[in-house]
Design a protein around this ligand. Structure first.
Ligand SMILES: [Zn+2]
Ligand SMILES: [Zn+2]
Length: 348
């Protein structure tokens, strides 16, 4: 085939397919045939028109693929036919962030966009030509739809790392959507006791499947009291905020044990805004760390590939529905219903 299909979000509520010329591979690139790409919360935000973006947007960064062709200057050992996940973050390996273990924040990321390629991660496409370093091979054959969840797992690994949790810690995960459940799963593997706060009863049940030790209903009384009770008054050593309103932060700060870390995993959009008040003295006197997390580092991605491949995570349970590429508009509409888990677009 000399042309291939790429999807673009043309404006709020509308995604279209267009034909692109088959890319001419650069020496350092790998041509992959995309098997599946999951619709991330951020893609949903662009589709809903909630995120500031100039359309069209070539979205899609949760990618499971098979290698078709490998450029002569690619140094990794991937071969045509290998099953891979693709991390679409451009990393220059030369800026200060790339050199100090924070390559998720490469300062030259935008500059590294290659002309003649879709502007954006572009994972909703039949083919992609990507720099060799963005391709991560699975060590063994695994389910190719599930494999599209490698990127969100990598984001959550990065988040969990930030809190430096220890076996025996009590930790709180706020929200039991896709990201809350992956956090829960990872944190149980770390040997922590996991409390999950979630409004929806069905999601609380799912959190238990994913290993939550205690599930809390924030509508059933003050959350702070419930956490205090569940931890014998000590509070939690780490909080991972994957949902909720900004106003929740002050309450959560009140249930942090001394020296705890609070990780802001979610971003805030829409009318509730992203501002809130916190008590700085609580941070000062209790030595609480308030940190953000965004995108995976390459090492997070490497570990995610291993974890997804070795079956230690229940990620396949997070795939709610799979749509063929030709029905990508329906897939986005389905994915943006409230309460949806992951919707995956299958290319083949
Ligand atoms: Zn994502
Ligand atoms: Zn860089």
């Amino acid at each position: 085939m000399n042309t291939y299909k790429v999807a673009k979000i043309v404006g709020p509520g509308k995604v279209e397919l267009e034909d692109w010329e088959k890319p001419v591979l650069r020496d350092d690139e790998i041509l992959v045939k995309v098997i599946a790409c999951a619709i991330c919360t951020s893609d949903q935000g662009v589709f809903r028109g909630e995120r500031e973006s100039s359309y069209p947007v070539y979205a899609g960064h949760e990618i499971s693929a098979v290698v078709q062709e490998v450029g002569p200057a690619v140094v990794s050992s991937v071969k045509p036919g290998d099953h891979v996940a693709v991390s679409r973050i451009n990393r220059c390996e030369q800026c200060v962030n790339c050199r100090k273990y924070t390559d998720n924040r490469c300062l030259n990321s935008r500059k590294l966009h290659r002309p003649g390629r879709p502007a954006g991660p572009g994972g909703f496409a039949e083919l992609m030509a990507v720099p060799g370093y963005q391709v991560f091979k699975f060590p063994r054959e695994i389910d190719r739809i599930t494999a599209s969840l490698t990127e969100p797992v990598a984001c959550c690994i990065s988040s969990v790392d930030k809190a430096n949790v220890q076996p025996g810690d009590d930790v709180l995960v706020v929200g039991a959507g896709v990201m809350g459940l992956i956090h829960t799963n990872l944190l149980t593997l770390k040997g922590t006791r996991v409390l999950v706060s979630e409004v929806a009863a069905e999601r609380r049940r799912l959190a238990q499947d994913f290993g939550a030790d205690v599930v809390l209903d924030p509508t059933g009384g003050a959350l702070a009291d419930q956490i205090s009770q569940a931890t014998g008054g000590k509070g939690v050593e780490a909080v991972f905020v994957t949902g909720g309103t900004p106003g929740l932060l002050a309450d959560l700060m009140a249930v942090c044990a001394t020296g705890a870390t609070m990780v802001i995993y979610t971003s805030y959009h829409g009318e509730k805004g992203s501002k809130t008040e916190v008590d700085l003295n609580r941070i000062h006197y209790n030595e609480i760390k308030l940190v953000g997390t965004i995108s995976p580092r390459k090492y997070d991605f490497q570990r995610a590939v291993a974890l997804v491949a070795n079956g230690r995570l229940r990620v396949s349970q997070l795939v709610e529905k799979v749509f063929p590429f030709s029905r990508i508009q329906d897939a986005f509409e389905y994915a943006t219903r409230p309460g949806a888990y992951r919707v995956v677009v299958r290319m083949e």
